[in-house]
Design a protein around this ligand. Structure first.
Ligand code: NAD
Ligand code: MLT
Length: 338
């Protein structure tokens, strides 16, 4: 059962716990990254003890995890095989968000530990940040505002272009990718996209022309990434892609660091092949490696510190969804008030 559940991490509690499933004892939960208080309240209302201990070192987490049946994280805590190995009673790991790349799902599955996530809860927020970044790249909003703040009045240097009539290539047509398509169509962009599990017919239903990646690179004015980080997508945007792309391509990554080869992006920005990039995610977070730091400082880059899901609405949604799944796993119908 756990093997199946972990292989389709996003299934919501209500649909995945069939009546034949035996509930598990979840009495004590560690919340290791800051999630909205709604999560803690919901667990406590359902008689589950909760401790919030943030920014634990690897050693501290290995020590602490032995005392808990459940663990809830966002993206900061790395739930490695070593942590999972040390967990004597752990039955479930909940990710208050979409990506589970900070959790060793294989190691959890081997120990019959369920891994859950809450992907839909922050999709609109991540989509809205993506659209904001695309429009701000087009109009040089960030460097122009910084320059004016420093006392310069430079209207010529920061003239931009319209996105109306431009081609937006969307890589990954899941929850976020398709929401981005719908919104930017309203701005007059032509949307093309690729996803290995979406058919051309389905893509056409939300007005995206389905194209193989090789056909997208040469025609896209903007590329936006909305895939998980998996072996197939690691360094998917690389030197070869920049060379095949339109000169001046602008690229946006609100998905995962590692999908863009950062050294190749830096080179493409330097030689003009890439006209601008907006990044919310990085190979390493917080970034310390020199290439990432150069990208963040680059005049043609707009960089945000992994803010895609950081809205009050998304954080409440994912907090409630993760707690609801824990309560459902423990065999109860969630009780929302005392
Ligand atoms: P999703 O699972 O709904 O969609 C992802 C899509 O990518 C799927 O349809 C999948 O088939 C597709 N895909 C997989 N491999 C692909 C490939 N090689 N080429 C093209 N498409 C491929 O996920 P989502 O909720 O839309 O999230 C997308 C990404 O955004 C994830 O990496 C998620 O972790 C990330 N995310 C980031 C933030 C943030 O704060 N920056 C917030 C939410 C989600
Ligand atoms: C996600 O995958 O949901 C995001 O990275 C959001 C987050 O947890 O910050």
């Amino acid at each position: 059962y756990q093997k199946w559940l972990n292989s389709c991490v996003h299934v919501a509690a209500s649909s995945c716990f069939s009546s034949s499933y035996t509930s598990m004892n979840i009495n004590k939960v560690l919340v290791a990254d800051a999630v909205d208080q709604a999560c803690v309240d919901l667990l406590k209302n359902n008689l589950i003890d909760v401790d919030c201990k943030y920014k634990l070192s690897k050693e501290q987490l290995i020590q602490e995890i032995q005392n808990y049946d459940g663990l809830i994280v966002r993206s900061d805590t790395k739930v490695t095989a070593e942590v999972i190995e040390a967990a004597k009673n752990l039955k479930v790991i909940g990710r208050a968000g979409a990506g589970v790349d900070n959790i060793d799902v294989d190691a959890a599955t081997k120990k019959n530990i369920v891994v859950l996530n809450t992907p839909g809860g922050n999709a609109i927020s991540a989509c809205e940040l993506t659209c904001t970044l695309i429009t701000s790249l087009a109009r040089n909003v960030v460097p122009a505002a910084a320059s004016l703040r420093e006392g310069r009045w430079d209207r010529k240097l920061y003239a931009g272009h319209e996105i109306h009539g431009k081609v937006l290539g969307i890589v990954g047509l899941g929850r976020i990718g398709r929401e981005v398509a719908i919104r930017l169509q309203a701005w007059g962009m032509k949307t093309v996209g690729y996803d290995p599990i979406v058919s051309a017919e389905d893509a056409a239903k939300f007005n995206v022309e389905f194209l193989e990646l090789e056909k997208i690179w040469p025609i896209a004015d903007y590329i936006t990434l909305h895939t998980p980080l998996i072996p197939e997508t690691r360094n998917m945007i690389n030197k070869k892609v920049f060379n095949q792309a339109k000169k001046g391509l602008r690229i946006v990554n609100v998905a995962r660091g590692g999908i863009i080869d950062e050294a190749a992006l830096l080179e493409a920005l330097e030689n003009g092949q890439c006209g601008g990039a907006a990044l919310d995610v990085y190979e390493q977070e917080p970034p310390t490696n020199p290439t990432t730091l150069k990208l963040i400082q680059h005049p043609k880059v707009v960089a945000t510190p992994h803010l895609g899901a950081s809205t009050s609405e998304a954080q409440i949604r994912v907090a409630v969804e993760v707690a609801e799944q824990f309560v459902a796993l423990s065999g109860k119908n969630p009780k929302y008030t005392n």
